[in-house]
Structures are given as C-alpha cells and as structure tokens.
Design a protein around this ligand. Structure first.
Ligand SMILES: C[S@@+](CC[C@H](N)C(=O)[O-])C[C@H]1O[C@@H](n2cnc3c(N)ncnc32)[C@H](O)[C@@H]1O
Length: 259
C-alpha cells in the first residue's frame, strides 16, 4: 500500500480549506487543553503537522514554548511554512524515524490525526523522543461499531460490494483507524493517563461535498487501501449528487506519560 504522505501530498491545497481547518483545528484544540492539564512544556513536537492547522493551535496555547513541526509531505509543509501565526516554529521535512532525537527530546509531543499513519517503528521513535516525564497526546480515528448515519452506512455498503466483487480481498487492510488496546500495546514504557471516545458529526448539504471531504481526509485511501478508487466510484454510483448526508467521525483522544 502506498504511504499516507503521498496521499496528503496530492491533496494539500484542498486540505488547507475552512471546512478542514474547523475539523482538525477543533481536535487540535482539545489536545492542547488536555495536555495543558498535565505538562508545562518548554519544547513541543507537532508530528505530522500537515499544513500547520494543529501547529497554529499549539502556538496559541503554548506561546512560550519552542515548537518543532515535522511532516513527510513537502506540499503540506510548504503551506504550513507560509502561515504568519507560526513563523517562529522550526519546520522539519522528513519522516518520524529520521528525527534527530539524539540531539533533541521534547516535553510534549502532539499527534493530531497523524498517529494512525505511523508505522509501529515510528511510534516507538516518538516514544523515545519524549523527555522523562514528557507527555504524548494524540487523536486518531477509532475503530468501533459503525455509527448509524447515512454516510457511515454507505461505507459499510461499499465494503460489502467490494467483497462480493472479490471475496479474497480483505476490507480492513488499510490504515482505517486504531482501537485503544492496540495503541497501548504499541507504546510499551509509556503510562496511559486518559482515553476518551469522541464522536464528531458533520452534515453535508450535497453528497458530492461529502465524497470530496472523505477523499481529502484520506478515508477512501485509509479504509480501502488499493481499492480506494473503486470504492469512490461505487460511492458515486450509489449517491444522488444533490442529496444531503450526515457522517459521524468516531475519534479516540489519548494521553500518555513517559516514566
Ligand atoms: C490528517 S493529516 C494531519 C495534519 C495536522 N496534524 C492537522 O491537524 O491538520 C496527517 C499528516 O501526517 C503526515 N504523515 C503521515 N505519515 C508520516 C510520517 N511517517 N512522518 C511524518 N509525517 C507523516 C501526512 O503527510 C499528513 O500531513
């Protein structure tokens, strides 16, 4: 399966739009508020900072801290670098495993909707990039029974259609999300402090807007892997272009501390 940063590299300018600012900014703000209860950071890493939506919130909530923002997509990072509010931030192009952690460790690491895209090895690199007593906060798509909204049912129908077309295909091979036990198991040595389930609902006036949002946020790519295009085509065929539609995003919010 192609890696996530390639997807985001292609959608960067569509991603950096108000609808997505609201969604990702709201989650980033929740992470900052949670982190503030547990740490007074001098150094912060925003991992998978994208176009800087999360970075803007971090700088707002922790104005005195030294902030480093890392992303593997050059196009996403280029848009982040252009944002006036975060020009004091040190931007790093690259992937998590190349972090220069022998030189620098962080009091706080924030992974806003990026943790689920990291490989198991990259997740351990993040753990090791924390100072003693340092804190990691993250938001991620949560695996749970599908909420009963039209948009969520549509994804289930697509799974079934794809399975009928090719029974050997495994629908859950993509990076569709995580469950809480997986997250804890993947971070040995960190102490889980808190875990919350959160559901964000969005209403779309037209089905075509809904499909565009799913595409830009990596849902087709993450859920259906190499069948992403086929899944999008099935969705288009099933929906009336002008019909209104609701979707619920099940999200996990978690905070860990390094011993
Ligand atoms: C959904 S976006 C989240 C962006 C940002 N945190 C926000 O709140 O808008 C996920 C980002 O993670 C980045 N990413 C994925 N895998 C990565 C890796 N291994 N190392 C660094 N960044 C990665 C992608 O390029 C993408 O910009």
């Amino acid at each position: 399966m192609a890696e996530a940063f390639l997807h985001y590299d292609q959608v960067a300018s569509s991603y950096d739009q108000p609808r997505h600012h609201f969604f990702y900014g709201h989650l980033a703000e929740k992470l900052c508020i949670l982190a503030k209860e547990h740490v007074q950071p001098e150094s912060i890493l925003d991992v998978g900072c994208g176009t800087g939506i999360s970075t803007v919130e971090i700088v707002k909530y922790f104005p005195g801290a030294e902030v480093t923002a890392l992303d593997r997509s050059p196009s996403m990072l280029e848009l982040a670098r252009k944002k006036e509010d975060i020009r004091t931030v040190t931007f790093c192009y690259g992937q998590t495993k190349n972090l220069p952690i022998s030189e620098k460790r962080f009091d706080l690491i924030i992974a806003n909707m990026s943790y689920h895209w990291l490989s198991p090895g990259d997740r351990l690199v993040l753990r090791d990039a924390l100072k003693e007593n340092g804190v990691l906060v993250m938001s991620f798509p949560l695996i749970m029974p599908f909420p009963k909204k039209e948009g969520n049912s549509l994804l289930l129908t697509i799974f079934r259609r794809l399975k009928e077309m090719q029974p050997a295909w495994h629908p859950f091979r993509g990076t569709r999300g995580l469950n809480w036990n997986e997250v804890v198991r993947g971070l040995p040595g960190l102490v889980p402090i808190r875990f919350e389930r959160y559901c964000m609902e969005e209403r779309f006036r037209r089905a075509s807007d809904f499909l565009e949002v799913l595409r830009v946020r990596g849902v087709f790519f993450g859920f259906f892997g190499n069948k992403a295009t086929a899944a999008e085509n099935i969705a288009r065929a099933l929906l009336q272009k002008g019909e209104a539609i609701s979707y619920a995003w099940p999200i996990g919010i978690a905070i860990f501390r390094r011993r």
